[in-house]
Every structure is written in structure tokens, then in C-alpha cells.
Design a protein around this ligand. Structure first.
Ligand SMILES: Nc1ncnc2c1ncn2[C@@H]1O[C@H](COP(=O)(O)OP(=O)(O)OP(=O)(O)O)[C@@H](O)[C@H]1O
Ligand SMILES: [Mg+2]
Length: 456
């Protein structure tokens, strides 16, 4: 690869030897006789790599290095030091110099340093662009009052070390909230360790969370560091915390109380300083009533509770979200953006997104892929929206049913599911709102085989 290389040295002999080597390797070589001159060139010519003599009359190398860093963060600087100046060379590395060469300099070293510096630059650029993409991907979009309230809560929770419990339906953005809290906290530069408590089988979750020593159980052929330990100084995100077994809950509670973990198969306790953020789409209050969630753990987790509202309560956000997901999808896939007509947005605003923001996002992606033209209008939007957005529940039921009785049943079922969703599957509340005894609601759930896992 061809590079633009600047050599800053007051010695004519060094400059010319280096220029020869650099030219010979096919790179562009620029020369400067003093720090002052070198800085001007960094500004004007944006070199990829700078070879910088540490000992020059006038402005010395360390000072030049500092200023180069201020002008251009990404340029790589290789320090040239004499025999007596090794110490300064070390200091320069601390200031962000890429490496350090000692005189006399060999051609091979020059070229090797250029190559490595270029590789380093490439990696840095790549990391920056991934970071940017990750930031966009985790950006929270929306300005509805409901979401602004959530943003306020994030702002208040972030700087503290308090445990946060995020609740809300599936796909409303709970994970984004957790990441935003971490990002805006003092731990933002440390790790954000996510554990999906629902995805792990009971036998694995404890070793996943707390780690294990080699030989702790059959199959433990290697030592494993648990997620709590990994999150030390950072944040651990216990996702789907409502799905943890009672036994694991007891252990997690202990970690929260004591601030220390024990790896399975070890009696040694290890101090961990991990901030805990938990999320669930279950109704934990109800789980406590049913005896499937520990009340003491609930109180420990919900020091700062944040409720993320469903998309149907913040229709104002839909058009922004559509634009955001369009951009995101097109950037990630090198896709030509398509335009949504106001009527299509309007139709999407009226839809009751059951998978919430996630489903809206999937729908936008599907429309991007499936629509041949440049514009997405109501006709296209209708194609991909779930059936009950097209007509009312009544119309759907009428289509599905042959007899009056069937019609009533289909409509009744749809009504119940809708109401349950609206109230986050809280049975008591739903029963109250639709004005029927709880026992009757339970009976209906049984009769229509309505289950949260499949109908939520
Ligand atoms: N306000 C928002 N702005 C931009 N994207 C969002 C927003 N809310 C959610 N999303 C996106 O929607 C999708 C679902 O969000 P997320 O995974 O955070 O939901 P969740 O509440 O954790 O869902 P689940 O309960 O199913 O785990 C993700 O792709 C996320 O990036
Ligand atoms: Mg989630």
C-alpha cells in the first residue's frame, strides 16, 4: 500500500537517507527541517505516517508530537531517538507515538514501521466506523412525551450506581434503555455484559453468571469466568430476569447483597463491582403473587423502576422511527432508500404494533426489500401489515367464521387477546377493565387456549 510519509529531522544526512528508502519503496516522501515546518506540513498535507526526530533545536520532538496529536488524531508518529535519548523515546510512546527507532536507522526498520503504522491506522478507522454504526444502532429515536419521560429517567439513573429494573412489553426498546444508561454512566467505557436469563437452561445459567473452576462438575474441562466477574467495574444486564428460576434468583440476590461471587466449585469469594440493570416483559408483581418470583429480589432490583411504554401509546414516534430504520437498513445493506408517503405513515401509525418497535422495524425492512418502486404507499404498506390493521377485528372474524356462533367466538378471542396485551397480561387488571370476574377471564383463557407465550 502506498503511504504519504513525512520525515521531520534537522540533520540533512538522516533526511536524505530516509527519503531514499521511502521513495524506493514507492511511498510519497515529504521532508521538514524543523518541528515548526513539520507541523505546517501535517496540517496541509495530512500524511499517514510521520518520522519525528526527538532532539531538534527550537521546538523539541515531544512538543511537536503533542501538537501533531492536536491537529490530527489519526496520524501515526514514529519517534527517532539518539542513543542518549531513549528515556524521551519512552515518554513519547506514552504520548501516543506509534513506535520508536534508535539511530543509526536501518532501511528495513523504516519500511516495517511504515507498514505496521498503516495497518494500525486501517484498524483504527475500522473500529471507529463500527463504533459509529453501533451507536446509530443503539440510538433511541422518538420525541413523544411518553418517550421523553423514559429519557428523563435514563438521565437520572445513569450517573448513579443504583440497580434499575426496566419493564415493558416485548420489543419496546428495553435493551436500548439499558445500553443508554450504561453509556451515560461513569462506567460507560467499561464493559456492558448482557445475560439472557431466558435463553439459558437451568443447569448452565449459574456457571454462566458466576463462573466455575475446572472440574467443578462433569464437563467442566476448563475454568470459566462468570458474567458478573466480567462486568467488574462495568454493567451487567440481566435480560428477561423474570424467567430465572427461584434457585438462581436466590443466588443472584446474594451477589447483589454481598457484592461478591463464588465460582462454582470454589470456596473463594471474589469482590465484584458490577452495576446491575435488569429487564423483563413479565409482570413481576403478578409473578410474586404466584410465587414464581422472589419479592426480596424484586425490591433489590427495582430501586429505580423504568416502564417503557408500548408503541401504541406513542404513535407520534412512528414516522421518525420509520425514517431511522430506513436509514439504518440502507446504510447497513448499501440499499437505495425509499420514501414512505404520508398516507402510508398514517396507516402504520394506526396499526397496533404487537411486537412493538421491533415489529415496526421488521416491517420497514420488509417493505424496503419487497417494494420494487421508489415509493412506499398505502397499498404496499397494507400488503405487509398484519391482517387486523386492514379491517377491524369484526371484519376479520367475519371472514374466518361460517356461523354466528363461530363469529362470536373468533371476535371474543381477538377482543380478549387485545385487552390482555394492552394491560401487559395482567389478569386482574384486564378483568377489571372489561368488567368481568377474574374467574370468568381465566375460564375464557382456558376455553380459547389463550397463552401469553404464543399470543403476546
Ligand atoms: N426508541 C427507539 N429508537 C430506535 N430503535 C428502537 C427504539 N426502541 C426499540 N428500537 C429497536 O427495536 C428493536 C427492539 O428493541 P429491544 O431489543 O430494545 O426491545 P426489548 O424491549 O428488549 O424486547 P424483548 O422484550 O423482546 O427483549 C431493536 O432493534 C431496537 O434497536
Ligand atoms: Mg430485550
Amino acid at each position: 500500500m502506498n503511504a504519504r510519509v513525512l520525515v521531520v529531522d534537522d540533520e540533512e544526512a538522516i533526511r536524505s537517507t530516509m527519503k531514499q528508502a521511502i521513495d524506493y519503496a514507492g511511498h510519497d516522501c515529504l521532508l521538514a527541517r524543523s518541528g515548526q515546518e513539520g507541523l505546517g506540513m501535517v496540517e496541509r498535507e495530512s500524511p499517514d505516517v510521520v518520522f519525528l526526530d526527538i532532539k531538534m533545536p527550537g521546538m523539541d520532538g515531544l512538543e511537536v508530537l503533542k501538537r501533531i496529536r492536536e491537529i490530527d488524531e489519526s496520524v501515526e508518529v514514529v519517534i527517532i531517538s539518539g542513543h542518549g535519548t531513549m528515556e524521551t523515546g519512552r515518554e513519547a510512546t506514552k504520548l501516543g507515538a506509534f513506535s520508536c527507532l534508535t539511530k543509526p536507522i536501518e532501511t528495513g526498520d523504516i519500511l516495517l514501521n511504515i507498514r505496521n503504522a498503516l495497518e494500525q491506522r486501517r484498524l483504527k478507522t475500522e473500529v471507529t466506523s463500527y463504533r459509529k454504526l453501533a451507536e446509530v444502532r443503539h440510538e433511541m429515536v422518538g420525541e413523544s412525551p411518553a418517550l421523553v419521560q423514559v429519557a428523563d429517567a435514563i438521565g437520572r439513573a445513569a450517573p448513579t450506581n443504583s440497580t434499575v429494573l426496566i419493564q415493558g412489553e416485548s420489543g419496546v426498546g428495553k435493551e436500548l434503555v439499558a445500553r443508554a444508561i450504561h453509556r451515560n454512566s461513569r462506567r460507560g467505557k467499561e464493559r456492558f455484559v448482557q445475560v439472557n436469563c431466558a435463553a439459558l437452561p437451568e443447569e448452565l445459567i449459574e456457571s454462566e453468571l458466576f463462573g466455575h473452576e475446572r472440574g467443578a462438575f462433569t464437563g467442566a474441562t476448563q475454568k470459566q469466568i462468570g458474567k458478573f466477574e466480567q462486568a467488574d467495574r462495568g454493567t451487567i444486564f440481566l435480560d428477561e430476569v423474570g424467567d430465572m428460576s427461584l434457585r438462581t434468583q436466590a443466588k443472584v440476590l446474594r451477589v447483589l447483597q454481598e457484592g461478591e461471587v463464588e465460582r462454582l466449585g470454589s470456596a473463594r469469594t471474589i469482590k465484584v463491582d458490577a452495576r446491575v440493570i435488569a429487564a423483563t416483559n413479565r409482570n413481576l408483581e403478578e409473578a410474586i403473587d404466584n410465587g414464581t418470583f422472589r419479592e426480596d429480589l424484586y425490591f433489590r432490583l427495582s430501586v429505580i423502576p423504568i416502564q417503557v411504554p408500548p408503541l401504541r401509546d406513542r404513535g407520534e414516534d412512528i414516522s421518525r422511527l420509520v425514517a431511522h430504520f430506513t436509514d439504518l437498513f440502507c446504510t447497513e445493506n448499501n440499499f437505495r432508500p425509499k420514501r414512505f408517503t404520508p398516507a402510508a405513515i398514517d396507516l402504520m401509525t394506526r396499526e397496533r404494533w404487537r411486537g412493538n418497535v421491533r415489529e415496526l422495524r421488521n416491517t420497514v425492512e420488509r417493505l424496503m426489500v419487497m417494494t420494487p418502486g421508489e415509493t412506499i404507499d398505502t397499498a404496499e404498506a397494507r400488503e405487509v401489515l398484519p391482517s387486523d390493521a386492514r379491517g377491524g377485528a369484526g371484519e376479520v372474524a367475519a371472514n374466518l367464521a361460517g356461523t354466528l356462533r363461530e363469529f362470536k367466538e373468533v371476535a371474543e378471542r381477538a377482543f380478549l387477546v387485545e385487552k390482555l396485551r394492552e394491560h401487559s397480561w395482567n389478569i386482574s387488571k384486564t378483568a377489571e377493565v372489561i368488567d368481568t370476574p377474574r374467574s370468568n377471564l381465566y375460564k375464557k383463557l382456558e376455553q380459547y387456549q389463550i397463552k401469553q407465550e404464543q399470543d403476546a
